[in-house]
Design a binder for this molecule. Structure first.
Ligand code: FEO
Length: 410
């Protein structure tokens, strides 16, 4: 395989040796429309070091890419920045093939690797610990809960290169290894989707991780995450009061914005319909939002995936939900998406509820309870229609849109 699956050099003596998962479409509930990559990196220092591995089914691809550069048994150290199976699922097999002198992880990582894979050979490194590689050196920095308690990043001083594990990643399969080779629209979409679906509930930890990286006071010429393309070639600026050149990566600025959960004038209407009554109400809400100056996005759950809804809500100011009542319940699609969104925990939303029913109104009561659990600030009581919405019902939906717009439009 090594004559087919080759490495990509990303810096002097640093190679990408990961795997490309073209067909994957589900990542624990997140629809990965464009596939993914599991990135691993080989540092050809005096102590040859492998940073992370890949999902278990891709171990041969990883070993082949390593073998295209160096015999795998020349690897001295393996560093596991994150124990989740998409990065450490093949670690046991790689250790068996390589027989490294040492395997390093964070303290929580060493514990997780034992609990997940029964690996007892992992040495725990302290937060901030340096690992000398002979002619190069790495520093490890814990980034707990970005994405799991074990998560850490490693910084290669000699190349100003941060191995950032899940942070700054995206699910995007491709042969383009660098972000500047990918269409900006695709980068923006997939980076936001990744943050919304993986890191949003951990935004407080993300903010701490960004502060920690900033406090390390090191230049970041290259950011190499564990998924998707590698960030390089960003514009530079002179850092005030420091008198030295600093990198300014757009992805870092985006993370700072997302971690603050900055809201915009966008309002998302998430709904489903049985006989088109709730659909008609949703469209009346949308007209009211637009008339009030908000940017309305209607997402019928018949054609929307929960992970796309989460992405739209990442920077939205408004969330309005609607459902018919079926068998005394909200539609299953609404129950699914609201359960998912409650887990992601977006903050600072303004919203409302609407729905139609024949002889009972359970759906809107359940929607309201779900929105209150999510701490969405409701602008008024639910709008209910019986069977077919009347002109008054549609007027109330229009007003609901206007009222939400009044709170978020600029
Ligand atoms: Fe890409 Fe948290 O694993």
């Amino acid at each position: 395989m090594k004559d087919v699956f080759k490495s990509t050099q990303i810096a002097d003596k640093v190679h990408w040796v990961g795997a490309i998962d073209w067909p994957v479409r589900d990542f624990h509930g997140y629809r990965t429309t464009r596939g993914s990559t599991y990135n691993a990196y080989l540092i050809l220092a005096e102590k040859v070091t492998l940073i992370d591995t890949v999902k278990a089914p891709f171990v041969d691809e990883l070993l082949a890419r390593i073998a295209s550069v160096i015999q795998p048994d020349r690897i001295d150290y393996i560093i596991c920045n994150h124990a989740e199976p998409d990065h450490a699922g093949s670690l046991a097999k790689v250790i068996e093939a390589v027989k490294p002198q040492a395997v390093f992880a964070s303290k929580m990582g060493a514990r997780a690797l034992q609990q997940l894979y029964r690996l007892d050979c992992v040495q725990a490194v302290a937060d901030g610990q340096e690992i000398p590689l002979g002619d190069m050196r790495l520093t490890c920095a814990e980034t707990r809960m970005c994405h799991w308690p074990d998560s850490m990043v490693t910084y290669l001083h000699d190349r100003q290169l941060l191995f950032s594990q899940d942070i700054f990643g995206m699910h995007l399969a491709g042969y383009e290894r660098f972000a500047d080779q990918v269409a900006p629209r695709v980068l923006d979409e997939e980076a936001a989707k990744y943050y919304a679906n993986i890191l949003l509930p951990l935004s407080g930890f993300v903010a701490k991780a960004l502060d920690k990286l900033s406090a390390m006071d090191v230049p970041l010429s290259i950011i190499a995450p564990d998924h998707g393309p590698i960030w390089r070639d960003e514009p530079r600026r002179e850092a005030p009061n420091r008198g030295k050149s600093r990198s300014e990566h757009r992805i870092v600025a985006s993370y700072a914005r997302w971690a603050r959960q900055e809201r915009t004038d966008k309002a998302v209407v998430v709904y489903d319909t049985m006989w088109k009554s709730t659909d008609l109400m949703a469209r009346a809400v949308g007209e009211g939002l637009a008339a009030g100056g908000a940017r309305a996005r209607l997402l019928p759950m018949s054609g929307s995936h929960r992970s796309d809804v989460a992405t739209e809500i990442l920077d939205a100011g408004g969330l309005i939900v609607g459902s018919p009542t079926i068998n005394g319940q909200m539609f299953p699609s609404l129950a699914d998406v609201l359960s998912y969104l409650t887990g992601l925990g977006p903050k600072g939303l303004v919203g409302g509820v609407f729905g139609s029913s024949g002889w009972s109104k359970e759906a809107t009561k359940q929607l309201q309870a779900a929105m209150e659990q999510m701490e969405v600030e409701l602008v008024g009581p639910p709008v209910n229609a019986t069977y077919l919405p009347t002109d008054k019902d549609l007027g109330d939906c229009y007003k609901l849109g206007l009222d939400v717009a009044a709170r978020i439009a600029r």
